[in-house]
Design a binder for this molecule. Structure first.
Ligand SMILES: [Zn+2]
Length: 132
């Protein structure tokens, strides 16, 4: 993930506030490492300050576009007007999407953290920011 991706996510979080910003992370998986190459932002269908939902049609459109670019779906991002820690709802959905990366950004301090569910265990994922 590049510094540009992080800036983009911060900017979209700021624009969306107080509604949760949300989007999808695309990229490549190489040797167990997740490389985010593309971030697509979507309207939060719920217009909620505590939950998010992406329109399935928008999701499918972005998915097929990314596929044509040789990228796969790796995860999601959304914002919290609280800490970056996943909510109970997040954890429930993370269990439905095992191994996908959930990047959460706090709209309080723009801290960013990533998590994933592996065999029912919540794990924090280290984010390496590539420069350039
Ligand atoms: Zn959440």
């Amino acid at each position: 993930m590049s510094i540009g991706h992080i800036r983009f996510i911060i900017e979209e979080t700021r624009k969306s506030y107080p509604v949760e910003a949300c989007g999808i992370l695309f990229g490549e998986l190489t040797g167990g490492e997740v490389h985010i190459r593309k971030v697509v932002v979507f309207r939060n269908k719920l217009e909620s300050t505590v939950r998010f939902q992406i329109d399935p049609e928008d999701f499918l459109k972005a998915l097929s576009e990314a596929e044509m670019e040789g990228l796969q779906h790796l995860g999601f991002f959304h914002s919290h007007s609280a800490s970056t820690y996943p909510s109970e709802t997040d954890i429930r959905y993370m269990k439905l999407w095992p191994e996908t990366v959930w990047l959460i950004i706090s709209s309080i301090n723009y801290e960013v953290a990533a998590y994933r569910m592996i065999n029912g265990d919540l794990q924090e994922v280290r984010i390496d920011v590539e420069t350039g």
